[in-house]
Write a protein that binds this ligand. Structure first.
Ligand SMILES: CC(C)(COP(=O)(O)OP(=O)(O)OC[C@H]1O[C@@H](n2cnc3c(N)ncnc32)[C@H](O)[C@@H]1OP(=O)(O)O)[C@@H](O)C(=O)NCCC(=O)NCCS
Length: 107
């Protein structure tokens, strides 16, 4: 939750929500670091998958970034998550980079 609050508090990031009649059906966190746009935590409630909500969330995130001047959007996929083909049919491509991370405060 803390990272969601940080994203909502910042001027360069937000969390977009897709609501259905029964509550929150999907979310995506989006941020622009001045060089690239990034999306995180793309997720759709299991019962609502396959209805285009994931696509709509990504389109909304891309529009949010375009409005702020971002020219490229990137995302990370954890090893073992076979979601790559999903992103490819939405126009995303493996950029051939490995991401390294380091905690600055502890996990
Ligand atoms: C990936 C996810 C966001 C897709 O959301 P969604 O709302 O179901 O997606 P859409 O309705 O926009 O698209 C559905 C289409 O994508 C396809 N698709 C869904 N998951 C896929 C996958 N892992 N690989 C390939 N295709 C996939 C579906 O078969 C469907 O195809 P169709 O339109 O030809 O029937 C959703 O499955 C999810 O929340 N997954 C768990 C969280 C996750 O892994 N997120 C990604 C983190 S990087």
């Amino acid at each position: 939750m803390a990272d969601i609050h940080r994203a909502l508090d910042g001027r360069t990031s937000t969390v977009l929500v897709h609501r259905s009649g029964t509550g929150v059906a999907g979310t995506v966190m989006v941020g622009y670091d001045g060089h690239r746009g990034w999306v995180y935590y793309v997720a759709v409630r299991r019962a609502d998958r396959g209805r285009g909500i994931g696509r709509a969330l990504l389109t909304a995130a891309e529009d949010w970034l375009r409005e702020r001047g971002a020219v490229k959007v990137q995302l990370m996929v954890r090893h073992g998550n076979d979601v790559g083909a999903y992103y490819e049919q939405l126009g995303y491509a493996d950029v051939g980079a490995t991401t390294y991370g380091k905690w600055l405060t502890g996990p």
